[in-house]
Design a binder for this molecule. Sequence first.
Ligand code: ITT
Length: 199
Amino acid sequence: MKVVLATSNAGKIREIEEALQDLGWTLSPLGPLPLPEETGATYEENAALKACAAAVMLNAPALADDSGIEIEALGGEPGVYSARYGNRESDMERNVYVLEKLRGEKNRRAKFVSVVILAYPDGHLETYRGELHGTLLEGPRGANGFGYDPLFVPDGDTRTLAEMTVEEKRAVSHRGRALAALREAHRQGLPERETTPIV
Ligand code: ITT
């Protein structure tokens, strides 16, 4: 099956390609097509907006991820607004912003959430969700991954997500879990629907 990756985030593309490699799908980049504005209040709504827009524009199955980090001491912020938290422009600036907001805070608990939606041109949606609980450090560590990875140590580990390889991160991460559920569903022979070639 040919599937469009409805994301402009290079870190997500790397992780999705690695996680789905054994399905034998052809994963194509979105290219210059713009993704819709993320106006939803939930990860599910935003993932559906992105996946459906790509599936309709390209008349092909499309996969989108909407994700974020929820920080306990900040009442669950930034959640669905993680990509633009504090109106900061880059991952590094957003990490600094989070560290400033948490300065002196003892409760460093946080969780990542990922909702992956595979949308078909006929309007059918498959939805998969994964979560990862952990703690935020007082300074960044590691150069891999993206986003808030350098601050986040998953429960049961001592490394940040940015100190892990793509494979190691997938084995524990929110996105890895959502994609594992998708993989399982399709390995068990979920009927594939509209497989119109991408033109
Ligand atoms: P697309 O919409 O093009 O897919 P995006 O980066 O804008 O890319 P989101 O709206 O889903 O995607 O925002 C998710 C943000 O949450 C992302 O930019 C990171 O800041 C953060 N995030 C999500 N998953 C993460 C992960 O695995 N590691 C670190 N940060 C993550």
